[in-house]
Design a protein around this ligand. Structure first.
Ligand SMILES: [Zn+2]
Length: 261
């Protein structure tokens, strides 16, 4: 669906993908359209990630003209609830620019009230049609939680809150017989998607009404690829393919979808 104030996926007047960057740079600094529904938004993220992975980024929506164009209002097409890891910068790995992504980051993409409030603001006030939970392999927060859980020694200070938020995912991984750290990360991504929908009636209502979708994505630090591991409503709406292949989260999608029931 198109959102108020958005171009609904149609290219804006500044759309010119072949225009070279000012100053003679070999980079192409073009504008890209703002997707208006969950499917378009997810497709744009996938396209941007492909450009990043293949070393052909456009660096869209990053020039002075676009900066001025979005100064009076924002219509981000995706909320990224990502890990704070310094190698996981959303605008870079999805090859987007100013005004495109509403980014909330915590260590281990742990979700507290302020995070949920930020997500609810984006989906209800800004009418952002897609929420992505973005985790990654070798996540230090997940590793710290596993170390604390194994040794029984909680970390000092507020890091305890991060560990406590990850522990349910460790329990779920153990129940499923999963020990590989990167598969545990994928389970934690799915667990975070479910937790957000369980705790935020506002977000769940937006999803149930078809105005928003929530996708869990797992990023590979070395390859730069972000792949979907779970989605709500799921593949029936064409938002994401069912999880397959190495690292797929068994049962994650039905469990996540059940949260809406
Ligand atoms: Zn991390």
């Amino acid at each position: 669906m198109s959102r108020p104030g958005s171009p609904g996926g149609q290219p804006g007047p500044e759309w010119n993908p072949s225009e070279p960057a000012p100053g003679g740079s070999t980079a192409v600094r073009d504008a890209l359209p703002t997707p208006g529904d969950p499917e378009q938004a997810f497709a744009e993220l996938q396209a941007g990630n492909r450009r990043f992975v293949t070393g052909t980024p456009r660096h869209p929506n990053q020039d002075a003209g676009h900066r001025a164009a979005v100064a009076d209002g924002q219509h981000p097409f995706a909320v990224i609830v990502g890990c704070s890891d310094s190698r996981l910068a959303a605008e870079i790995i999805f090859d987007r620019g100013l005004g495109d992504l509403f980014v909330v980051r915590t260590a281990g993409h742990t979700v507290g009230p302020e995070v949920l409030g930020s997500v609810e603001y984006a989906v209800t006030v800004l009418r952002t049609p897609l929420v992505v939970v973005l985790g990654h392999d070798s996540c230090g927060a997940v590793q710290a939680a596993r170390a604390a859980d194994t040794t029984g020694t909680p970390p000092a200070g507020h890091l305890c809150a991060v560990v406590d938020a990850v522990v349910p995912s460790l329990r779920r991984a153990a129940a499923e017989g999963v020990d590989d750290i990167d598969r545990i990360v994928d389970i934690h991504i799915a667990q975070t998607v479910e937790a957000m929908l369980d705790r935020s009636a506002v977000l769940a209502a937006e999803v149930a009404a078809g105005r928003c979708a929530v996708v869990g994505m797992s990023y590979r630090l070395a390859a730069g690829e972000a792949r979907a591991v779970t989605a709500v409503p799921g593949e029936a709406r064409g938002v994401a393919a069912a999880p397959t292949g190495p690292g797929a989260v068994d049962g994650a999608q039905p469990a996540a979808s059940a949260a809406l029931a």
